[in-house]
Design a protein around this ligand. Structure first.
Ligand SMILES: [Zn+2]
Length: 339
């Protein structure tokens, strides 16, 4: 057992004691895209005790250039990322308890997901979920590691409740949104660099070497040979609603939840029923068959092609309507198909 980790144990920052600590820890990775798969593979190989990885999407061919746990088959089968990642990670290291969950993280899930973990890794592609992570991490006093990348540019920051500023404090410092992987692309070295910054911080936190944790916001542009580390400690705000003296955790209130969203840069609208449902996919297929179009199915989702649209139905009730950004039009299609 120790042989597997021998080189890591020889490393003085970890050692046998650090390795033992790693093996008792539980990490939540939110998102199983490029950053999520990279983080998950490193941490699984390092022997973290438990990893929970959550994602709402399925594998597409355009993911394969950088999402390192997936294969051509996963794209052909439209395997949910959480399922494909879990399978691959368990093959890599059966000593780690890996759980993949097909979840669209909302207020309802986040507190449940986060309450018993030692660390959260942000591997999402949007700020709605990051602010949910930020508020719940503050509430439960759990460190989390922010990471983002697009094009050849990336950044990372480690947030330790009670010590560092939180994401809400940094709102004006961090470039929010704008360019996304779907509009300007991304190259794999950018991903790997952010993954390196995130996983090394994860290791420090998991072996409880908090002194070594990086306190600066790092960013880089690999193509243009630029890098910087900014000291943001002074940006911690006393009155911050997320990490201040009397926090209200604004993002954990239901009013801030969108039920229908245009997915970031994807030309896709997601519709989520107001309450979670357990959709019977067989019943759904029967219903769709009456409306013509072609239907493809795997155990986790149903894909329905009609006219020039592609509509994907998940078991939890979510529906993705590809090829459009118009929410009103998307809702019409949704009601037309589901009655
Ligand atoms: Zn704050």
């Amino acid at each position: 057992m120790w042989e597997r980790y021998s080189r890591q144990i020889l490393f003085e920052g970890i050692g046998e004691e650090g390795q033992r600590k790693l093996q008792t820890k539980h990490v939540l990775i939110v998102g199983a895209g490029a950053l999520g798969t990279g983080n998950a593979e490193v941490l699984t190989r390092s022997g973290v005790g438990r990893i929970t990885i959550v994602d709402r999407d399925y594998v597409e061919r355009s993911n394969l250039q950088r999402q390192q746990l997936y294969t051509e088959h996963d794209a052909i089968d439209r395997t949910p990322k959480a399922v494909a990642a879990q399978k691959r990670l368990r093959e890599i290291n059966p000593n780690v308890e890996v759980n993949g969950k097909i979840v669209d993280v909302t207020v309802e899930e986040i507190e449940q997901l986060i309450s018993d973990v030692d660390l959260v890794i942000d591997a999402t592609d949007n700020f709605d979920i990051r602010f949910l992570i930020n508020d719940s991490a503050q509430k439960y006093r759990i460190p989390w590691i922010y990471g983002g990348c697009v094009s050849s540019y990336g950044l990372s920051f480690t947030i330790i409740p009670g010590e560092t500023p939180c994401l809400n404090c940094l709102l004006e410092t961090i470039p929010l949104g704008g360019a996304t992987c779907d509009t300007v692309g991304v190259i794999s070295p950018t991903v790997q660099m952010v993954v390196a910054y995130q996983t090394v911080e994860a290791m420090k936190i998991l072996v409880e070497d908090f002194e070594s944790v990086r306190r600066k916001l790092v960013s880089f542009d690999l193509w243009n040979n630029e890098q910087s580390a900014i000291d943001v400690s002074r940006l911690k705000k006393e009155g911050c609603p997320s990490c201040g003296e009397s926090p209200s955790y604004p993002y954990l209130s239901y009013e801030n939840q969108t039920k229908t969203a245009v997915l970031c840069g994807r030309n896709t609208v997601q519709i989520r029923p107001p309450k979670k449902v357990d959709r019977d996919l067989h019943v759904l297929v029967t219903q769709l068959e009456k409306q013509g179009g072609t239907i493809e199915q795997n155990p986790f989702l149903v894909t329905y092609h009609y006219e020039d649209r592609r509509v994907v139905f998940f078991k939890d009730g979510r529906v993705l309507i590809h090829g459009m950004k118009d929410i009103v039009e998307a809702k019409k299609i949704y009601h037309q198909l589901l009655g």
